[in-house]
Design a binder for this molecule. Structure first.
Ligand code: PEP
Ligand code: MN
Length: 263
């Protein structure tokens, strides 16, 4: 590992005018998937009011089952782009291959490499050759060393606009979808210069736990959170059980603010 540790000072990543860096706190929120033009526009405006910094929305969805909703793909990216413009907020979506990456360049401000593609080395090299900010999620069976090596693939190709995202790993615990590796945050802070955010939604898979895990992530120094939010969470086409509503997001904003004020 050369580049993730290279610099003494912490790295800073700009998503439009949003600064992701050590000591700052950035909130990424939005639906698991872009489901329609109206859905994403409505939620974008509400999230902007809540102080959300970056709107997330899946468009090419890597689903466990091939029979599940696969995303609106390029149309979804267009809707996400337009919603972001309307609300005045930058947008991020996941890319899964060269095609979705090329599409993303026309419509979004940052791209996400999902847990399932963390070790898709050809995809890592492709985003590495670009300048677009990248959120690299941790694979659910991957060690911190493997994760940082994946980061190294992107940095070594030239793209320095890299943010890590802890999103839970598989353990013997069965009550939650994954287990949030809370120690990963201080470890990453110690051994790398990269900003790290946390996705409590995919980490636990259950909406009641998103708030407590958000507080924990902020308490250990996460530089931001990525949370799945919908106006009507129960109606979400994907990941409904872990999706929270606007009121719960407001509680998270309020309580994490209090924790940050004592850090
Ligand atoms: C997502 O954020 O939409 C997602 C699919 O997450 P992960 O890659 O962490 O499973
Ligand atoms: Mn999801």
């Amino acid at each position: 590992l050369l580049l993730v540790k290279e610099k003494e000072e912490k790295r800073e990543v700009l998503i439009q005018n949003v600064k992701v860096k050590n000591g700052n706190f950035v909130l990424f929120a939005g639906p698991c998937a872009v489901e329609s033009k109206d859905q994403v526009e409505e939620i974008a405006l509400r999230l902007k009011e809540c102080g959300v910094d970056v709107l997330r929305g899946g468009t090419f969805k890597p689903r466990t089952s091939p029979y599940s909703f696969q995303g609106l793909e390029v149309d979804g990216m267009k809707y996400l782009h337009d919603a972001g413009k309307k609300a005045g907020i930058p947008v991020i979506t996941e890319v899964v291959d060269e095609y979705s990456l090329n599409c993303a360049l026309d419509y979004v401000d940052a791209v996400q490499i999902g847990a399932r593609n963390m070790q898709n080395f050809s995809l890592l090299k492709k985003v590495g050759k670009l300048k677009i900010p990248v959120v690299l999620k941790r694979g659910f069976y991957c060690t911190i060393n493997e994760w940082l090596n994946a980061a190294e693939y992107i940095l070594s190709e030239g793209n320095q606009n890299l943010i890590l995202c802890e999103r839970g790993i598989r353990t013997i615990s069965e009550e939650t979808r994954n287990t949030m590796d809370i120690s990963a945050i201080p470890v990453i802070k110690k051994i790398s210069s990269l900003p790290i955010i946390v996705d409590p939604s995919h980490a636990c898979g259950i909406r009641e736990y998103v708030l407590p895990l958000s507080l924990a992530a902020v308490a250990v120094g996460a530089d931001g959170l990525m949370i799945e939010v919908q106006i009507n969470p129960e109606k979400a086409i994907s990941d409904a059980r872990q999706t929270i509503d606007i009121d719960e997001l407001e509680r998270i904003v309020d309580k994490t603010g209090k924790i940050r004020s004592i850090l």
